[in-house]
Design a protein around this ligand. Structure first.
Ligand code: KIV
Ligand code: NA
Length: 266
């Protein structure tokens, strides 16, 4: 099976074929989503909230993501694997961005990188692309800037729609091969999608993006508590796993596990 590459994604946009992207942070999730035909897997810095137990993505470092990327890339035979560049690891200069992205690429940890920010990130994107590193942009609500943005808030409302469009066009011109739009009004995302030659990937950005992305633990119902509005729960793994743990513990307490078939009798 051939690896998904940028031309596949551009062709899908031309043909109007929508596709789904998921995060993955370990071997089994990557293997399962790859076998399910998900073309792009993101080792997101959302690992901060979904793997490491941080409240935000801000504390996430390259060292946090490297082992997760290694697991996902080993397990995904067909999917394109994208590594998120963590907060503080690319904003100082294009050179810093290149050094960080190069680490992911050179060690074979990813096939592309993603970074947050619009027009101000053009020099970073240009240098990475010139160096041969494919880049996905990320605009609208950018979690690494949540303290500046004043919390989890929809971006691109009213006059913000113009900024969203300018950022998207600037990133496309700089050489991004796709752009994530997070928490923006559906009509604004639709306008950007129409204006771009490269695919848009929405999360809380309405139905007209070329692709959608969700954090897998949200999509599969592993997380507890209330999920954001843009999440649809396709499974209830939290209940399934909790029930399995309770059944196992009950069996052990009752002495019904291990049974004969689980034991070496001589
Ligand atoms: O880190 C992440 O999971 C992301 C996606 C939600 C786009 O950036
Ligand atoms: Na992210």
């Amino acid at each position: 099976q051939r690896r998904v590459r940028i031309p596949h994604l551009l062709t899908m946009k031309e043909k109007g074929e929508k596709w789904a992207m998921l995060t993955a942070y370990d071997m089994y999730s990557a293997e399962i989503f790859d076998e399910a035909g998900i073309p792009v897997l993101l080792v997101g810095d959302s690992a901060g909230n979904n793997v490491y137990g941080f409240e935000t993505t801000v504390p996430v470092t390259v060292d946090h993501l490297v082992p997760l990327c290694r697991a996902v890339t080993s397990a995904a035979k067909r999917a394109m694997v994208v590594a998120d560049l963590p907060f503080g690891a690319y904003q100082s200069s294009p050179e810093q961005a290149l050094a960080t992205a190069t680490r992911f690429m050179k060690e074979g940890l990813a096939h592309a990188v993603k970074l947050e920010g619009g027009a101000p990130m053009v020099p970073e994107v240009e240098l990475l692309v010139r160096a041969g590193i494919p880049v996905i942009g990320h605009i609208g609500f950018t979690p690494q800037s949540e303290h500046v943005l004043g919390g989890y808030k929809v971006q691109g409302r009213g006059a913000g729609a113009e900024k969203l469009m300018d950022d998207a066009l600037a990133l496309q011109d700089a050489g991004c091969f796709a752009i994530v739009m997070e928490m923006v009004p559906a009509p604004a995302a639709a306008e950007v999608t129409k204006a771009l030659r490269i695919p848009t990937v929405g999360i809380g950005a309405g139905p007209d993006c070329d692709a959608q992305v969700l954090v897998w633990q949200d999509m599969a119902g592993l997380r507890g508590g209330r999920a954001p509005r843009f999440v649809k729960k396709y499974a209830d793994l939290r209940t399934t796993l909790g029930d399995a743990a309770k059944a196992y513990a009950a069996d052990v307490a009752a002495g019904t596990f291990p049974a004969e078939e689980h034991s070496f009798l001589e």
